[in-house]
Ligand binder design. Structure first.
Ligand code: AVJ
Length: 320
């Protein structure tokens, strides 16, 4: 009735004006219900992700550190001197330090991240610790087109995409991203970190930690919507669900409705049955062969690949 329409405080303009709001509305309107994991990373989500990296079950960060540490000399040799590093999804900018410490005369660092608050604090820390380095942070969504000023003559541009963030993309999105990167990095190359296919129990534990940090990270998507978009998700009404999808070689994370419920987003209402899910993330696992193929299809010339002792993670160098 008109009376009810007037009384209902449903004005949540952020739902229609922000990318997050629009994508959330879209996520609930389609089947299967899914949303991009990039929306995990507000300040709180970035903080929770940093905690995930310290969890005993979450091996990728430690394995990648091992790779970068063990092979620092070889890696620096491939990248060469006088480089500008562009990091996609830099977060707290901790990993690049391993690279910076190994490189000869790194000239500039361009960390790109979707979470601006996180980025500025991290950039300040780097400027303090690397006085000769020109640090130029950029708050941007690197899944869209990137425009960067050309580096000065004698400086090569090298991309750094660690952490297996490439695994968040679908195979076709990964190819599109890599093609874009090959253009942006022409004349240089890309250093890509990727998590490898391994025993499902190891994978399962990494996304179902005993302290519930990954669950909090997943649920933060709804908490963030409540903070930014004025939605009223009941966080108690959703479960964290993460499992290995073996045929598709990926971990899937979902938020599963614990009971039948109605979700109101602005003027729209959606019914969730018990057990129905919102698919929040894919984390693809790779084989070295698939990585090489992806590199070549995107127009890179694949170079050496380095591993940790257990061969759980790899870092691949490719030239563009
Ligand atoms: C940052 C995308 C690499 O997929 O392992 C960690 C994010 N999600 N725990 C990953 C994540 C759940 C992470 N990446």
């Amino acid at each position: 009735s008109p009376v009810r329409e007037q009384a209902a405080p449903t004005a949540t303009p952020a739902l229609e004006t922000s990318a997050f709001g629009r994508d959330l509305l879209r996520a609930f309107s389609v089947r299967p219900r899914e949303i991009s994991p990039k929306y995990f990373y507000d300040a709180e989500g970035s903080r929770l992700f940093d905690r995930i990296c310290d969890l005993p079950e979450y091996y990728p960060t430690r394995c990648e550190r091992e790779v970068l540490g063990r092979h620092a000399g070889d890696i620096a040799g491939e990248l060469g001197a006088d480089v500008e590093i562009v990091e996609f999804g830099a977060g707290s900018c901790e990993k690049v330090r391993l690279l910076l410490d190994a490189l000869q005369r790194p000239r500039r660092f361009r960390p790109i991240d979707i979470s601006a608050e996180h980025l500025d604090a991290a950039a300040a820390g780097l400027r303090r610790d690397y006085p000769g380095l020109d640090v130029q942070p950029m708050a941007a969504d690197y899944t869209r087109r990137l425009l960067l000023p050309a580096p000065e003559p004698g400086v090569r541009r090298v991309g750094f995409f660690p952490g297996s963030t490439i695994g968040n993309f679908t195979p076709r999105e990964a190819l599109a991203f890599m093609r874009m990167a090959a253009q942006v990095l022409r004349g240089g190359g890309l250093l890509l970190g990727a998590d490898l296919v391994k025993a499902p129990e190891v994978l399962h534990a990494a996304y179902n930690d005993s302290q519930g940090v990954t669950a909090a990270f997943n649920l933060n998507l709804l908490a963030r919507a409540n903070r930014e978009l004025g939605t009223r998700f009941d966080l108690e009404a959703f479960d964290h669900a993460a499992f290995y999808n073996a045929p598709l070689q990926r971990i899937e994370m979902h938020l599963a409705s614990r009971r039948e419920q109605e979700v109101t987003l602005g003027e729209r209402r959606f019914t969730l049955r018990e057990g129905e899910t919102l698919h929040t993330e894919n984390s693809h696992k790779f084989t070295p062969e698939r990585l090489r193929l992806l590199a070549m299809r995107a127009g890179f010339r694949p170079g050496p690949i380095w591993f940790d002792r257990r061969r759980w993670f790899c870092v691949q160098w490719m030239m563009s």
